[in-house]
Design a binder for this molecule. Structure first.
Ligand SMILES: NC(=O)c1ccc[n+]([C@@H]2O[C@H](COP(=O)([O-])OP(=O)(O)OC[C@H]3O[C@@H](n4cnc5c(N)ncnc54)[C@H](O)[C@@H]3O)[C@@H](O)[C@H]2O)c1
Length: 557
């Protein structure tokens, strides 16, 4: 049966058939032979996701001292129905992720169509041609329950499969650079033995040249710079691997301005990534309790944070928004816990803060459903059957990445409570976590399993027309600081909804003037960490009462 893969914009691509593979390898061999004449190093980037697709282009854009391209990159992606579309699109020079960074499309177009230093493929045979393999596949952490990261496990399947395939194909001189965020210990204790075993089967006696260097990419306005113009940490399993990884990174990344940190062993580089992200998860989780404190005691946490931030020692204090999403922060600490027990074999529980932070972050957004219920209740409307619009599906501003976004849990909880949900996001065309909730991120991995009454959500579509989305809404939840939502005019919003609504601000999007205006228009406003709205509401009510009194007096005269 012919199988297809559909791109997010709805273009259908036929998956390759067995006879396509040899033709594809011939194509690659031919182009690689031409590139070798030009003395370019051949780099295979495995996994064309958020990281790999842009990293591949950055490597393909590298040049030597004379300004000539120094690398030829083959982006390799497994041809699954979910992901195959990435290959033909990239080969047209089209970015695979939508973001606010204008450099992403320019870079990809330049490397694919002008410099012709980047191509994409589905055949693992490409690995045979590589001088360097960069591994950018995912390594997930599967949680068995909501809000308890301890009940979970690292899902190494994709990574282990990739490493096996690498070991079956590469030449012994190929450098394998693992960029995937892994459970600390993976490079030496999982990857090394897998590749070594494959080498042995092929009669290769030498040690694999393995290294680790994690990505600090931030998909968004500075997507490209967050990979190319940023500090890197790296380490190799032996002297030669370390030498090779340092050389490679110096050639593709701006290490002159952003010097490399070379650590003694890969476990140190792997731990650095996990600690870095656990630190961030922890400072975000820490503010959850203060957010509730603020709501219950008339405090605007947004202003409190701004007041603290001016102190240079506290400049990285950040407001958490509705849950901490993105691919990394919800899982990385879990990989650390799991490694301690399952790679290194310890039995005791040394981790307290890291799992607690993840658990707090994973459930923070449930509170937004309560705020929505309360705001509607104050307006005399039940949450059941209320039309609720969520503005923003992504986990962060100005990017189309919905992985573990707080908005997903808000939609799920409110649906469970009987509300009718709709969503708008200018960067997200399909919210696969709902549309394909029985198979995405993988069958039985959907957060759907923690809620009841979720079936209808597979019909949830992301509206692109904001006016249409607003029409007839009873409640509007501002979940993401997309630039499109920062300056929404309350009068226009209420005109478009067709009457007063409940407005829930999850990310400090509304200033006091807008909050006041919503109240003047008869709306209810609530917000995460925004206890002062009650004060504004009381002021508006008092002013309106005085106004009424004045009118009554004037009428009586
Ligand atoms: N997204 C981020 O912001 C970010 C930031 C820093 C680090 N990271 C880390 O980088 C790694 C990759 O993340 P991502 O966001 O790019 O993930 P992703 O899921 O977007 O991409 C992974 C890609 O690898 C492909 N893949 C899986 N197995 C394969 C195989 N055997 N052969 C070829 N391709 C295969 C998948 O189909 C997918 O396209 C993760 O470890 C992540 O934690 C991500």
């Amino acid at each position: 049966m012919t199988q297809y893969s559909m791109s997010p914009t709805g273009v259908k691509f036929q998956l390759p058939t067995p006879k396509d593979y040899s033709k594809e390898f011939e194509r690659l061999k031919k182009v690689v032979a031409e590139q070798r004449v030009l003395e370019r190093e051949i780099v295979v980037v495995m996994g064309l996701g958020f990281v790999g697709s842009v990293m591949a282009a950055i490597v393909a854009d590298a040049q030597d001292e004379k300004g000539h391209p120094s690398k030829f990159v083959i982006g390799m992606q497994r041809p699954s129905t979910r992901s195959f579309w990435k290959i033909p699109l990239l080969n047209l020079g089209i970015p695979l992720v939508s973001s606010e960074d204008p450099e992403v499309p320019l870079l990809i177009e330049r490397c694919v169509n002008e410099k012709k230093t980047l191509t994409a493929t589905y055949t693992y045979e490409a690995l045979k041609l590589a001088d360097v393999v960069v591994v950018d596949v995912q390594c997930d952490y599967f949680k068995e329950s909501l809000g308890n990261v301890r009940e979970g496990r690292a899902d190494m399947e994709a990574l282990e499969e990739s490493l096996e395939i690498i070991g079956q194909h590469i030449s012994p001189e190929t450098l394998v650079l693992i960029e995937t965020t892994v459970a600390p210990g993976t490079t030496e204790q999982v990857a090394y033995p897998i590749i070594k075993k494959m080498f042995k089967k092929r009669g290769i006696e030498s040690d694999p040249l393995l290294a680790h260097s994690f990505e600090r990419v931030m998909p968004g306005k500075n997507y490209v710079a967050s990979i190319r113009d940023f500090w890197r940490v790296c380490s190799g399993v032996n002297e030669e691997a370390t030498r090779r990884v340092v050389k490679f990174l110096k050639e593709v990344i701006n290490t002159e301005k952003y010097p490399l940190t070379v650590l003694d062993r890969p476990i140190e580089s792997e731990t650095a990534k996990i600690v870095e992200n656990s630190f961030r998860a922890t400072i975000l989780a820490f503010l959850d309790e203060w957010s509730l404190f603020a709501e219950r005691n008339g405090v605007d946490l947004i202003k409190v944070i701004q007041a603290i931030k001016v102190r240079p020692t506290h400049s990285n204090i950040i407001f958490p928004g509705p849950g901490i999403g993105g691919y990394c922060l919800p899982k990385d600490g879990g990989l650390g816990l799991w490694a301690y027990r399952h790679i290194h074999g310890f039995e005791d529980e040394i981790f307290k803060i890291t799992p607690m932070a993840i658990d707090i972050n994973d459930t923070r957004s449930l509170h937004v459903a309560q705020l929505t219920r309360d705001a509607l209740r104050n307006m005399g409307r039940p949450i059941a059957s209320a039309e609720v619009l969520v503005l923003g599906a992504s986990y962060r501003e100005d990017v189309g990445d919905t992985r573990y976004s707080g908005s997903e849990l808000i939609v799920r909880r409110l649906t469970e409570m009987g509300a009718e949900l709709r969503v708008h996001d200018p960067y997200v065309l399909h919210w696969w976590e709902f549309e394909k909730q029985d198979e995405y991120p993988a069958s039985s991995h959907s957060l759907k399993r923690f809620f009841r009454g979720q079936e209808k959500l597979k019909d949830l579509r992301v509206e692109q027309d904001l006016k249409k989305a607003l029409h007839g809404a009873d409640a509007v939840i501002l979940t993401v600081r997309h630039k499109h939502y920062l300056n929404l005019d309350p009068d226009e919003v209420v005109e478009n909804t067709g009457g007063p609504i409940a407005v829930i601000d999850c990310f400090g999007i509304l200033d006091d003037e807008k909050i006041r205006r919503y109240f003047e228009l008869g709306c209810e406003v609530k917000g995460l960490g925004r206890g002062h709205v009650k004060r504004i509401k009381d002021q508006v009510r008092e002013e309106s009462r005085m106004q009424n009194e004045k009118c009554k007096l004037q009428n009586a005269k």
